[in-house]
Every structure is written in structure tokens, then in C-alpha cells.
Design a protein. Structure first.
Lengths: 260, 260
């Protein structure tokens, strides 16, 4: 390990872990405003986002006191353009690509701001697959797409930080290297040993089943990160259809056609 | 303005502005490692990213000492899965949606870490449109897509923070509201007055031309944010084609078919 130029902000970033248990303690309004305004100050292309807040904790993932749904929003900007006699003709894929970044940079700033105030957070990544139901509940207009959920509240658990790939498997200088067997195995080992030593999947009881002819040879002494993500990426959602339909219902089409 | 529960991390987030002029001063290795490791600790679905670093500043936007290209990466994870006799069958659109978030959350953490160390940054959002050229230069394998560029270095300018929408135009509780004329006009005014008072577009000499029959009625006393983004979203990139081609060249297809 080399010398590190840590400071309090970097320590905050390095201490991140998702929180899935929350205290039954209200988060004050001014803290909510701080968090969202910190999000807004992230770099943007079009500020193409909106943040929907719910405080009905019994309805939230993990019964978190706050649940934000961060949306990509081209409705709002359309409203502004309308007053100037313009309309959006940029294709929906480009809008999505930039809007998704606007929304994601803003969401990540919200996470950092919340954690700096002693709050815990967890992203809910399945939101786009239920975009139609969420849109109905939140009365989202066309051209607003729910990208990700975010639970926020005071933590009622104190889990360790989770392992990450070794830096050599992430940061490449000048060109993307041939990844030899040793580099791949080091990355696997770092992730698998790390999650096993924390009993992560055992504690969450999160082993995924096998589809088809594959025989189960893993128990919680061996089931770890690379097995878990292999079962997700190797078995789930082979078709684009579900997501394309959700996007189309919200007014985003990736077909090779022009807007208007 | 209500009382704010600011702290040093939130102050850092609220002080963000993009930096487009850099000192000719080297950024030490350990700081680069800090920044990328801070990025890695962001929440992820699959750690589906790689970061390509260049220090050849004469080739970079704004001649910044460091230029990172943050990529969505499903090559690496495929390599890991291969050793376990698995392959990615998840459709490319789902991979993109989650990989883009992995990469964006990581990139935003890099920005925060860099700024906490006194560095300035600027995202380069045009990268996906030149994915083929970038892939060639960086020798990116298939299933690696360059999402965004990030310039980093010690600032040689000290611009003010830029305006954002009023909070009431971003944060909505329970449901998305009808946006009445007044709310739209307040948001417009906040953005336009703010950028005008900073002479932002005049200083950058960044007025965009008009395509077709529209008559120019703006000069730098009136040309501001809403006009600028209207000219982008209202005139540019009507077709999905260019971006779909770039994605397909990198091995990502959004057609309604299954992988394999």
C-alpha cells in the first residue's frame, strides 16, 4: 500500500456502503433540501432530471424514512422550450444518454451529501423495469423516465465496506491491456475472498437458483461475488423487449427514426 | 433562504464548477490512485467500468494534465465469467442501463475526490459520438464503450458556480405536479438571469447558430441558458442512427433480440 493523501472528503467516499436497515427517525426538511441542492450542483448537460420524494416509509424498500425516485426528465425542458417556440427534436437515444448522466451525477452527489450528514443510502436499480407502475403512482408525464430509486435514513446497521476490484483491474494507462489469466484470477480472488470473509451472501440469504441443466455445487462457504453476478448476467433478462417497452411507454423510442 | 446544515463535504459539492483552464503542474501518482479508488467505492451493480488514463496533455481537451475516459465495460466481467464456464446472456440494453450507472456514479466520485484535493475537472460529454475513434486509439476490446471524458488538473481559473433551477422545479413530493406558467417562468428567469449576469456565453463566445428559417434576434446581452439549450435540443441530432452505429461497433445492440 502506497502513502495516501486522504482527506475528510475522500475518507467519506471510501467509507461508503449501502444501508438496508434504518432507524425510525424523521429526517428534517432542511436536510432533505440540502441533499437535493447538493445533487443539483453536479455538472450537467441539460439538468434533465426530476426528483420525486416519498415519506410514506411503510411503502418503501427497507421501510426507509425517505424514498427518492430520480427521473430522467425531458418534459420540463420541453415546457421551457415551448414558451420560446421551440421543441425537442434531438433523438431519444441521445436524450437518454445525456439525461441518464445528468440524473446519475446528481444522484451520486445526493448520496455523498446524505452520508456526510450521517445518513445511509441504498440505490434501487430495478426501478426502470417497473417504470409503468411507478409512472402511474407518481403521475409522471410522458418524457419522464424513472432511472433509479434511493432509500435514505439514519442507519440501524453498521456493515463494513465491501470489496472492490484491485486498482490494476480498473485503471489502465494509454491503452486497454490484454487481461491475462493472472490478472483475472487476482480480481476474482479479491472479490470472492472479500465477500466470503464478510458472510455477505449468507447473511442476506441471497443465493440465486440455477436455471436449466446446471447442477448446484455451491453452498454459503463457497458462493460469492463472481458466482452471484455470473448467475445474474448469465441467466437473466436475455431479451431487450421488456425494457424497450418500458421506455416506449414513457415516450422514448430507440428506433432508427427522427423525432417529428 | 432557510437555515442550512452545511458541512465541509456539502460545501465542496455546492462549490462545484467546471474548470477549462489548467496550470502546467503535474498531478502525482498517489493522487491519481486516490481519485480512482474513491471512484471505485461508489455503489455498483456489476463494477462494469474501466478508466483509461492519458497524461499526454498536449492531446487533451483544454490541455489538462490528466484525461480520463470512463468506459462501460462488459468485456472484463465476461473474462471472469469465462473462467467459471459462464457467458453474459443479459441483453445489451439492460447491460448498458446498469453499466452506465456504475460508470457514472464512479465518475462523479472521482470528480468529488479530485475537487477535495484542490483539482478542477470538466466532463467531456461528446465522447460516445466518437466511440469508434476513441476505441481505436485506446485499443478498447468489444463490449467496452467510452461513456464520458474527464479532464483533471490544478485550476488556472476561478469561475463562479453556475446557476441551477430553483429547488421547486426539481424536487416534487408524492407526485409530479402540473407545471404552471409561473413555475416555468421562474425557472427560466433563474437560469437566464444567472448566466447573463456572469457573461457566461459572451466570455466563451459560445452562441450557437440557427438552422433554417429562424431569424437571429439574440446578442450576448440576451443570449442565455434557455436559448442555448433550445438551439441544441431543438436543432441537433434528430436521428438515432449515429449513436446506434457507435454502440453496435462496440458490440452493443438495442434491437429486440436475445443475446446468442
Amino acid at each position: 500500500m502506497q502513502d495516501k493523501t486522504y482527506n475528510s472528503a475522500i475518507n467519506l467516499l471510501l467509507q461508503h456502503r449501502s444501508i438496508r436497515k434504518y432507524q425510525d427517525k424523521t429526517v428534517p426538511d432542511e436536510i432533505i433540501e440540502n441533499i437535493v441542492q447538493s445533487g443539483q450542483q453536479a455538472a450537467f448537460a441539460y439538468q434533465a432530471y426530476s426528483v420525486l420524494l416519498s415519506r410514506e416509509k411503510e411503502k418503501h424498500p427497507f421501510h426507509a424514512p425517505l424514498y427518492f425516485v430520480i427521473c430522467i426528465d425531458f418534459h420540463k425542458i420541453g415546457k421551457i422550450m415551448e414558451t420560446k417556440n421551440w421543441k425537442v427534436i434531438m433523438n431519444d437515444l441521445s436524450c437518454m444518454l445525456l439525461g441518464m448522466q445528468d440524473a446519475a451525477y446528481m444522484a451520486q452527489n445526493m448520496v455523498i451529501a446524505a452520508e456526510s450528514l450521517g445518513l445511509g443510502t441504498c440505490y434501487i436499480g430495478s426501478v426502470p423495469y417497473y417504470a409503468d407502475k411507478i409512472a402511474e403512482r407518481l403521475k409522471l408525464p410522458q418524457k419522464v423516465f424513472p432511472l433509479v430509486g434511493l432509500t435514505v435514513g439514519y442507519p440501524a446497521e453498521n456493515p463494513p465496506t465491501r470489496p472492490r476490484y484491485p486498482l490494476e483491474f480498473v485503471l489502465f494507462e494509454n491503452e486497454y491491456p490484454e487481461l491475462d489469466k493472472n490478472a483475472v484470477n487476482r480480481a476474482k480472488k479479491e472479490m470472492d475472498d472479500g465477500y466470503l470473509s464478510q458472510n455477505y451472501y449468507r447473511n442476506l440469504n441471497a443465493k440465486l437458483g440455477l436455471i436449466g441443466d446446471r447442477e448446484e455445487t455451491f453452498d454459503y462457504d463457497s458462493y460469492s461475488w463472481t458466482e452471484h453476478i455470473s448467475r445474474k448476467l448469465g441467466q437473466w433478462e436475455p431479451s431487450t423487449k421488456r425494457l424497450l417497452e418500458q421506455l416506449e411507454k414513457r415516450g422514448f423510442s430507440f428506433k432508427d427514426t427522427e423525432n417529428e
